[in-house]
Unconditional design. Structure first.
Length: 95
């Protein structure tokens, strides 16, 4: 059997009996599978990073909310103390 000079010609009848075509198909299939696996890994990595970013954003938002609530509570407490102080002054003046 003769081997074709053009190695890139997959449809060459001269290569069929040598098993080279089958070998090339297997190699291509393996390469395609590798590419698919790499793409899957990249996608999974992206998803994990996005998930991480979302969680970090949620944590930041929760911290902001907690800080705002603390400020509100402190302001309310200050107002209450001022009101109590005013009531005491009034009582002292009345007495």
């Amino acid at each position: 059997m003769r081997i074709a000079k053009n190695w890139g010609d997959e449809n060459s009848e001269e290569l069929e009996g040598t098993g080279i075509l089958r070998k090339r198909k297997r190699q291509k299939k393996k390469e395609e599978e590798k590419k698919k696996e790499e793409e899957k890994k990249k996608e999974e990595k992206k998803k994990k990073e996005e998930k991480k970013k979302k969680e970090e954003e949620k944590m930041k938002e929760e911290k902001k909310k907690e800080e705002e609530e603390k400020k509100k509570k402190e302001e309310e407490e200050e107002e209450e103390e001022e009101e109590k102080g005013e009531e005491r002054r009034k009582r002292d003046l009345d007495v």
